[in-house]
Each structure stands twice: as C-alpha cells, then as structure tokens.
Design a protein around this ligand. Structure first.
Ligand SMILES: [Zn+2]
Length: 91
C-alpha cells in the first residue's frame, strides 16, 4: 500500500501509535482503531509535521477567505443586477 510509504522520502513508514476510540452509532457502541504512521527518519518526519501544520493553516485561511469572498460576492451580485457591470474585451 502506497499509504505506508513516506510521501516525502519514500521510506517505509513505521507505526508510531495506535489508539481506539469508542463511538456510539445507531444505538450501539463501535470501536474505531486509529493508527498513526510516521517516517522513520526523524528530520523527515519533522518536516512532514511542519508541512501538515502549514497545510492546515492554509486551508483554514482559504476557508476564511472564501467566506469573506462569498459575502462580498453577494453584495456585488446586487450591484450587477442593477446593470453596473460592463464587459470590456481584453486588448
Ligand atoms: Zn520520510
């Protein structure tokens, strides 16, 4: 499974930890097993963690931007409806 290879250096990842989570679903308890796979290369793993963090931060920012754009877009649409938009060809 390619999921078990480090996306950064291609080394086979090792199991860092497993934990179980109990979820209450449809009236019964199920146990979900989580596995955390890490790169055996400490420096590489550090880099990955940093990248993951940055990616999460970025997606948070994108989501925030999108929400702001959406509300800006809505107010712009109101202006468009009243014929303020005039399309001009490039060049
Ligand atoms: Zn790696």
């Amino acid at each position: 499974m390619s999921k078990n290879l480090c996306p950064n250096c291609g080394k086979k990842r090792i199991l860092a930890k497993t934990w179980q989570e109990k979820v209450f679903l449809y009236g019964k308890v199920s146990v979900i097993e989580h596995r955390e796979m890490i790169c055996p290369d400490k420096n590489c793993q550090k880099k990955i963690e940093k990248e993951t963090e940055m990616r999460e931060e970025k997606s948070r920012q994108i989501k925030k931007d999108k929400e702001e754009r959406d509300s800006a877009h809505r107010s712009k649409m109101v202006n468009l409806r009243f014929g303020r938009a005039k399309k001009e060809p490039f060049n």
